[in-house]
Design a protein around this ligand. Sequence first.
Ligand code: PMT
Length: 226
Amino acid sequence: MELRFIVTAGPTREHIDPVRFISNPSTGRMGFAVAAAAARRGHAVTLVAGPVSLSTPRGVRRIDVVSARDMLAAVEEELSAARSGRADVFFVSTAAVADWRPRRMAASKLKKASMSGILELVRNPDILKTVGGCRKIGFAAETGDAVAEARRKCREKGLDLVVANDVTAQGAGFGARTNRVVFVTPDGAARPLPLLSKAAIGARIVKFCEALSRGDVDSQWLGGIG
Ligand code: PMT
């Protein structure tokens, strides 16, 4: 059973001027691990990557983007092409998309003296919430009660799975080679996994998608994924 995966990874950059931007510390490792795991299982994978310095996993088609709006446009284009095929389509949103952008990007470098008080921010689109016509897997990057927030995001964004991570935990979150995550499903069930490599977590997310496509996911199945 070949599935179609569209995976976002890394940060977005929201430019203030040509040399300054708003961003975050995402390295893309988590998303690249999901894409690599899906390709290893023989699925068709497109990786939409923000600015990162990782090489493209074997068998993965990669589209590089900079801003949240670029990322949304690339995901929508890929999704509309994917929906015309016969395979089940999964959108896995691991990217740390900037929620805000400057209202205007200056065309040339701003002078230091002219910068004070000029930064007016507007909301970026929520890519995961906006797109449809596919199965949706989201992440929740939290610093407090990750499971409660994941349950809320699952409901509000209509997700099939939320992978919650406490980004302040040791060996987890931004930049680490490992992660500590909890799988949260739409029925509110929460399945904590031990500290694992991002590659191992990517493989479990792909396994979940395969089981969902077969109609196999229940609490017993989820209990066995650790
Ligand atoms: O890249 P690494 O260094 O390996 O780090 C991995 C990670 C910490 C970035 C990853 O594990 C992670 O938690 N990714 C989600 C980061 C995030 O933006 O979480 P959030 O809770 O703010 O957003 C919830 C979900 O909505 C996410 O799936 C996010 O991709 C999506 N989103 C958020 C905002 C937005 N404007 N559009 C979105 O699609």
